[in-house]
Structures are given as C-alpha cells and as structure tokens.
Design a protein around this ligand. Structure first.
Ligand code: FPP
Ligand code: MG
Ligand code: MG
Length: 327
C-alpha cells in the first residue's frame, strides 16, 4: 500500500514515527519465556502493511496538539490487537499460510496459536491502560465488535435478512471496527474537536470495510501475478464475497448456470474455472467496484469536518488508494 502523502515533510515525519512504532511492536512481542517471544514475533514480524498504525498517525495530524507518546502507543495497541486477531483467525480458517509464511497453527499447533493471540491481546491491553480509562473503554468496545463480526461470519443470515446486509455487517464488525478505532485514537490524542474525532472514526470504519471489499473483488478480478494470490480462492472455498452476493441477487435467467455454481465450495477444477470466468464477465464485478467507489466518496465527504490542507488531502488519497488498489 503506497504512502498517501503529498507533503514531503509530512512523509518524512510519518516514516520516522513508523520506525519507532516498529521497535515498540518488537518489544511488546517479548515474553518471559523464549518460546513465547518466538511465537509472538513470528507473525508480527512477517511483514504486515501497518495500515492501522499509519492511519493512527495520519489522523493524529488532524488535531492541534498531538501527544506523540500517546499516539505511538495507540498505534501499537491497534496493531497488536490486529495481529492477535490474525492468530485466532488462522485457527478458525484453518489457514496454513499468511504473508508468505507458515501460520502459527501450521508451524506449531492450534493451542500455541490461540494462546499467542491471547498473549498479544494481553500486551495490547497493558498498553491501552497507559492511555487511560476512555481508551480502555474504546478498546473493549472494539474487541466486542471484532468478536461479534467474526462470530456472525460463521452463521448464515437470519430468516428475512438480506444476505448482502448481513455480509456488510460482518465486514464492518470484523474489519471496520478496529480501523475506526485507529482513526479515533489518532484524532483523540491530538486534541481534535469532538466532531472531528467522530468524523475520522466514521471515515476509518468506511475505509476499513472498503479495504476488505476490494480484497473480495481482487479475488475474482485479478491475475495472480499482480495480486500475489491465487485467483478465486474465496470462490473455491464457497466464502461469500461482495461480487458473489451481488451476482446471487440476479433474477436474469441467463445467470442460471452461474447461480447453480455459486454458494458452495467448488472442489472440481473445471467448475471452479467456469464460475470464475462467468463472474469475471458479470456486471456484478462493476457493481461491486461501484459500491466500493461510492463508499470511498462517502468517507471523503466526512473529511469536510477537517480544515483543508496536506493532512486532509493525504486522508482523501488514502481512501482512493484503498478503493482502487490492485494488489
Ligand atoms: C481476518 O479476516 C480476520 C479479522 C479481520 C478479524 C478476526 C477477529 C477475531 C479472531 C476476534 C478477535 C480476537 C482477538 C484476540 C483480538 P479474513 O479471514 O477474512 O481475512 P484473511 O484473508 O486475512 O485471513
Ligand atoms: Mg482468514
Ligand atoms: Mg476469517
């Protein structure tokens, strides 16, 4: 993900701060036993994009007097929470690879992965306590939403519930919530006005969800050489994604064959290739892209609460980068 910055001085400042945050993260992976440190460092240092810390830092530029120590601590809190959740997610998804490395559950086992996630969440909570009771409450609420989103993903939509709405709710919970909190912490620890804090938090929620939804589109639309992933992985596993859900809403008889293939795992190679081909040519792809672009526009509109300048411009281009990314 490119650094969305137009002002070289701001960019230099952000790069320096991210380096400091990187050191703090490494430090907070250390436990009393060597094995705990090794297991915790494993995924933390496997090369994440640090999307959440970057958003904390950017949002902190929107306030009149940032408290640099609190901002950096908050950046660590959100990244530690994120990585903790990935240890658990890889157990739930039975994933064996993440960021090109073996997952903790593959390298060791589920017990190690679950407890390492708990350990990192504990470290994150220790740091949150340094930020005071308001931050602790925000972190607790975020954790609740993360877990609720992750649980709701395992159950189908309720009777009469729109599958697309259900899915967008899941995404907002499991991904949007922590990214909203990243922006909220940044704004809050820089003395931003309450309406700016709320605007940035909503901005984070929308941009965070859009980030997940672009993943869905790339799973269908991208070639493996640009995305670094195998196209159609979600499709193969029968995981609902935005383009698939949009295609499933079609009543066009011409879609009968596609609809008969969707919504179940596609273990057969020929069926998988056929579904991928049909989806790539289906208007649902453009409809999904349109949805993401409209969400990015909605996020940018919220930035009108900020004064015009390099920070607002950077946040605008951050939303554009997320919505139009190709890898
Ligand atoms: C990845 O989604 C998973 C998440 C964004 C959230 C996971 C949340 C939890 C496990 C609950 C919180 C737990 C703690 C300890 C904070 P994905 O599987 O769609 O994406 P992937 O392709 O990156 O695996
Ligand atoms: Mg997963
Ligand atoms: Mg998952």
């Amino acid at each position: 993900l490119a650094m969305p910055v137009v002002d070289p001085a701001l960019e230099e400042r952000l790069v320096e701060r991210l380096a400091r945050i990187e050191e703090m993260l490494a430090d907070h992976c250390k436990g009393r036993a060597q094995f705990v440190s090794e297991a915790a460092t494993h995924l933390m240092m496997a090369g994440g994009k640090r999307f959440r810390p970057l958003l904390v830092l950017l949002a902190a530029e929107a306030g009149p007097h940032p408290d640099a120590d609190a901002v950096d601590t908050a950046a660590c809190v959100v990244e530690l929470t994120h990585v903790a959740s990935l240890y658990h997610d890889d157990v739930m998804d039975e994933a064996s690879l993440r960021r090109g490395a073996h997952t903790a559950n593959a390298r060791w086992d589920n017990n190690v992965a679950i407890l390492t996630g708990d350990f990192l969440f504990g470290r994150s909570s220790e740091l949150t306590a340094e930020l005071g009771p308001e931050a602790v409450l925000i972190q607790a609420r975020t954790f609740t939403r993360l877990v609720e989103g992750q649980i709701m993903e395992t159950v189908p939509p309720g009777p009469g519930e729109d599958p697309l709405e259900h899915y967008l709710d899941v995404v907002a919970g499991k991904t949007g919530s922590l990214i909203a909190t990243s922006a909220r912490y940044g704004a809050m620890f820089s003395g931003a006005r309450p309406e700016v804090v709320e605007a940035l938090s909503s901005y984070g929620e929308i941009v965070g969800s859009a980030f997940q939804l672009t993943d869905d589109i790339l799973d269908i639309a991208s070639e493996s050489d640009t995305s670094g992933k195998t196209p159609g992985t979600d499709l193969r596993e029968g995981v609902p994604t935005l383009p698939v859900l949009m295609a499933q809403a079609s009543t066009d008889p011409a879609d009968a064959r596609l609809l008969s293939l969707l919504g179940r795992p596609l273990v057969d190679d020929a069926e998988h290739a056929e579904a991928l081909e049909l989806l790539r040519r289906h208007p649902a792809i453009d409809q999904a892209r349109g949805h993401v672009l409209a969400e990015a526009a909605r996020a940018k509109k919220l930035l009108e609460a900020l004064d015009p300048g390099p920070v607002r411009t950077a946040l605008e281009s951050f939303a554009d980068i997320v919505a139009t990314r190709t890898s």
